[in-house]
Design a protein around this ligand. Structure first.
Ligand SMILES: [Zn+2]
Length: 189
């Protein structure tokens, strides 16, 4: 399958990033598939003939646009709101691309060191992984996500992953929630 909207210049650093993050291996494997455009959204399934003309390709989260990888994880109103909450939490202001590898690449353009950028990419992976999980609960269990606590879940997951593997990351979950920038600044010095 072709990589949709791939910007080659952004591609290699984005891919190399994945193997250095702290997220569990199943999350890394999922993110790898996201970057290759190989998760089974409704648009992707229709491309390989598993949906038929007239089938509902709409995003199960918003029901407004067709469900492609880029829509579901980056452009959907629910996903994009969550991304902006993450950036606000980290004290960053940015305009986010609507395409996967560009989004990942831009995510860590702050003047941080390599380990700090890697930890911040763990937050990226937590968002992508969580949105996919919530999407699957809608599709397979008919369970609507509670978007009001979505950022709390991202903060908890990313803290758990980073603190498990990054020895310099010594902050409590409370510190991570209240002052993530200072927690990241401890890493790699
Ligand atoms: Zn949507």
């Amino acid at each position: 399958m072709l990589i949709t909207g791939l910007q080659q210049a952004n591609h290699v650093p984005a891919f190399n990033t994945i193997w250095h993050i702290s997220a569990p291996s199943n999350v890394k494997a999922f993110v790898w598939r996201v970057l290759w455009g190989r998760i089974q959204t409704r648009v992707d399934l229709s491309r390989i003939g598993l949906y038929f003309v007239g089938d509902d390709l709409k995003c199960p989260l918003c029901q407004l646009e067709d469900e492609s990888v880029d829509h579901l994880l980056f452009c959907c109103v629910h996903a994009s709101t969550l991304w902006y909450k993450c950036y606000k939490w980290m004290g960053l202001v940015t305009v986010l691309p609507g395409e996967c590898s560009s989004h990942l690449f831009q995510h860590a353009c702050e003047p941080w060191n390599k380990k700090q950028r890697t930890a911040w990419w763990d937050v990226w992976c937590a968002v992508v992984w969580s949105v996919w999980g919530w999407r699957n609960k809608v599709v397979f269990c008919n369970e609507a996500p509670d978007w009001s606590n979505a950022l709390d879940i991202i903060q908890w997951k990313s803290w758990k992953w980073i603190s498990a593997l990054e020895k310099d990351f010594q902050c409590s979950i409370f510190k991570w929630i209240s002052d993530p920038s200072s927690c990241l600044s401890q890493i790699g010095h």
